[in-house]
Ligand binder design. Structure first.
Ligand code: SF4
Ligand code: SF4
Length: 78
């Protein structure tokens, strides 16, 4: 199996994610804000967990570094 058949992307651990805790004032996801490719978004607005558009994730991990609650993980599928 070649490495290219593997896909790596960021995934939100929803059991840990809590926008009201990481940003009590505005409920803005720091991880989504940090994504340079805008593929992580709070689709349902502030105080709601973000979604990742897996197919477009570039695997740069800026979101992982930005999340204060350690709620973004690397997911790998082959
Ligand atoms: S992914 Fe992290 S930064 Fe984003 S809302 Fe959840 S806990 Fe906050
Ligand atoms: S790994 Fe990079 S491209 Fe993918 S969601 Fe996180 S910040 Fe965005």
């Amino acid at each position: 199996m070649s490495l290219q058949s593997k896909k790596i992307f960021a995934m939100v651990a929803y059991e840990k994610c809590d926008p009201g805790q990481c940003d009590p004032e505005e409920g803005i996801c720091a991880a989504a804000k940090a994504c340079p490719y805008k593929v992580m978004k709070q689709m349902d607005g502030a105080f709601e967990p973000p979604m990742v558009f897996h197919d477009m994730c570039m695997g740069c991990w800026d979101c992982i570094e930005a999340c204060p609650l350690d709620a973004v993980r690397i997911k790998e599928v082959s």
